[in-house]
Every structure is written in structure tokens, then in C-alpha cells.
Design a protein around this ligand. Structure first.
Ligand code: SF4
Length: 211
């Protein structure tokens, strides 16, 4: 196994159906997203391997790394984008440096706050209409080489993301992950103005079994 070969950690990312060739059929359904979360939580206690994922706090509540301010993205040309799949920007890292851009950009702030008001999941997958609105409001530049970011956003069909129905959260079992996430990886209080009515509804009363 990879662990026998000395692998110490692994990243878990899930496919986002975005870009010029969208493959909806490869994206996770809500039940599959839950199974992946359960798998990661289970493997964290079972394997001698650090497993990193980006979508849940220690209590299993969904979060968006962009909305919480945990991360933004800098493109190869220096454009400062809300996140890797949000390829719009109003500033370049060369304009006023990384710290001032990340802490003072109205564009990034608006993206964080709008996202946090509407979903604990992914604004791109759930609300592409809001992405278009924000990009237009700020006159953001398309930072893709193909120059088709807006057309791609307009072609998207809203779908589920990592936000699971209330009551279906899967908390960390491993105490170290739980403790570490309380300090370094949680929502930092950004969801206090969240529209709770936007929460996904549970389709199955039975919790999904471990993958
Ligand atoms: S907007 Fe979506 S893809 Fe971007 S950081 Fe948030 S959850 Fe991830």
C-alpha cells in the first residue's frame, strides 16, 4: 500500500462540475457526499495516515474555505481569485501585496459574506446566479486563458454540494482531528447571518452506512 511506501498524508477533494466541459454525471449526489464524509472520518481513526479534507469542521458541519476566509487563490498570473474554481478577479497580487489584498479587497469580502449568507456549502455549485451577480457588480475580470468564465457560469445547473441536511452531520471520531479543527479549521463564526431556509432537506430518515 501507499502507507507501506512511506506516504504520510492524503488530500481528499471531490469533483466540482465546472469549466468548459461540465460532467454532471461525475459529481457526487447528496448520499454519495455523505458516504465520502463517513469514509474520511472512519479512515482517520483506522489508518496511520493524515487525511486532509476541506469541507467540514470537527462537528461535521459543512463549511466553505473561501467563505470562512481560510483560503483564497492566486492564479499563475497573479490574479487574486475567491477560490480555484472562481476564476474572476479585480486585483493582482502585484498591486498592493498579498496581505492588504486578502484583508481589504471589497470583491473578496463581498464573495465571502454573500456566500456565508446563502449556504454552508459551495456557492458555485448551489448558486451560480450569485457568482454571476457578484462578478458583474464588481466588474471582475475573467482570469481564464480561454476567456469563457462567464459563459461557463451561465451554463451551470444549480446542484447540491457538501452541505448536508441538518441532523446528518458526521462529527470527527478521532480526538486529535476534533481538537485541531476547533482551533484551526472551523467556520470562525461567519455563518451567523445564514439563511437557514436554504438548508438541504433530508431525503432519507436512515443515516447512510459507512463506505
Ligand atoms: S466556493 Fe466551492 S469550490 Fe470554492 S472554496 Fe468554497 S466550497 Fe470550495
Amino acid at each position: 500500500s501507499l502507507i507501506d511506501r512511506g506516504v504520510h498524508y492524503a488530500w481528499y477533494h471531490t469533483y466540482r462540475p465546472v469549466g468548459p466541459q461540465i460532467h454532471e454525471e461525475l459529481a457526487l449526489t447528496p448520499a454519495q457526499a455523505r458516504r465520502v464524509r463517513q469514509f474520511v472520518v472512519d479512515m482517520r481513526v483506522k489508518l496511520p495516515l493524515g487525511i486532509i479534507d476541506a469541507y467540514y469542521d470537527g462537528e461535521g458541519r459543512a463549511l466553505c474555505p473561501m467563505a470562512t476566509g481560510i483560503s483564497h487563490h492566486i492564479s499563475p498570473t497573479g490574479s487574486v481569485e475567491p477560490c480555484p474554481i472562481l476564476q474572476f478577479a479585480t486585483e493582482n497580487i502585484r498591486d498592493r501585496g498579498i496581505y492588504d489584498t486578502l484583508t481589504q479587497s471589497q470583491f473578496l469580502k463581498d464573495f465571502r459574506e454573500t456566500s456565508a449568507r446563502h449556504t454552508r456549502g459551495c456557492i458555485v455549485l448551489e448558486r451560480p446566479d450569485l457568482v454571476k451577480e457578484l462578478a458583474e457588480k464588481h466588474g471582475a475580470k475573467d482570469t481564464t486563458l480561454r476567456q469563457s468564465a462567464m459563459a461557463e457560469i451561465e451554463s451551470m445547473t444549480p446542484r447540491n454540494s457538501q452541505w448536508l441536511p441538518t441532523g446528518e452531520e458526521i462529527p470527527e471520531k478521532h480526538p486529535v482531528y476534533r481538537w485541531a479543527k476547533r482551533i484551526w479549521f472551523n467556520d470562525f463564526g461567519v455563518y451567523q447571518h445564514l439563511d437557514a431556509s436554504a438548508a438541504p432537506k433530508s431525503k432519507s430518515p436512515e443515516p447512510a452506512s459507512a463506505a
